[in-house]
Design a protein around this ligand. Structure first.
Ligand code: SAH
Length: 243
């Protein structure tokens, strides 16, 4: 039986891969990867490495999670070194915890290899610090993707604070998210950024307010994330990458 490395691939820029991730990628017998993981990374694999694509983006799964778990498990029965490569960090809306539990129940050894999460790195490439002295003392990372059938699990009332809020998987719900935040009392002109394809050469940031960001940003290409908070104003001065 092999070992599985539940590995973060970083947010897009291949240079944001960790040294540890690169080490296991170079030795892997099989790499099971997502759409969010930069495919250039696969060029680092050894000759003969098998690639299995189980792509998913914004939770529109190509394979259901249960089947992905099984693919990883079956790979570990056949190979010594299995790398499960995920965009960003494997445990930030990455379902790496579920994969770890599935393997544990079946007696397969695994390790987590953290990755640089898009939740922090993508705003950073856009010149938006998630915390900034004198502006905000905390930040939240929230899913913007919720089941349409079930009632919202998001405790919107808690979001009245000055925390920076980063919504992942939220572009298709941008209208709903901005309306909710205005409903709980955030001002219409509260700053919002949508950052599309962050840390990649075609990164694009659109700045707006709760009231107008939907019209400005709804057609941006994915992956994209939403940043809400006063820190968004720093983009004008700190934007370094898109210039
Ligand atoms: N585990 C990942 C997040 C998975 S959820 C991480 O830690 O980064 C997928 C969501 O992440 C996308 O819907 C998008 O909101 C965000 N995302 C990932 N990569 C991104 C990128 N390069 N630019 C903008 N958003 C990104």
């Amino acid at each position: 039986m092999g070992k599985v490395y539940l590995t973060g691939a970083g947010p897009g820029d291949i240079d944001l891969l960790t040294v540890k991730a690169l080490r296991v990628i170079r030795k892997a017998d099989v790499i099971i990867y997502d759409r969010l993981a930069n495919p250039e990374i696969l060029a680092e694999a050894k000759d003969g490495c098998e690639f299995i694509y189980v792509g998913k983006e914004d939770s529109h799964h190509t394979l259901p999670q249960e089947e992905i778990n099984e693919v990883i498990y079956q790979s570990a029965l056949k190979h010594d070194m299995v790398v499960r490569l995920k965009g960003g960090d494997p445990l930030v809306f990455g379902r790496g915890g579920e994969e770890g539990l599935y393997l544990r129940e079946r007696g397969i050894k695994f390790e987590f290899i953290p990755g640089i999460t898009s939740a922090i790195a993508v705003p950073e490439y856009a010149g938006i610090p998630v915390t900034h002295r004198g502006i905000t003392v905390s930040f939240r990372v929230v899913t913007g993707h919720e089941s349409k059938k079930k009632k919202s699990q998001i405790p919107w009332e808690n979001y009245k604070t000055d925390d920076t809020i980063v919504f992942l998987m939220g572009l298709h719900n941008l209208d709903k998210i901005t309306r909710k935040l205005m409903e709980i009392g955030k001002p219409k002109d509260h700053p919002v950024a949508v950052i599309s394809r962050g840390t990649r050469p075609d990164e694009k940031t659109v700045i707006g307010t709760l009231e107008d960001i939907y019209q400005k940003a709804k057609d941006l290409p994915t992956p994209a994330l939403i940043v809400v908070g006063e820190v968004v104003r720093l983009h004008e001065q700190l934007n370094w990458f898109e210039k």
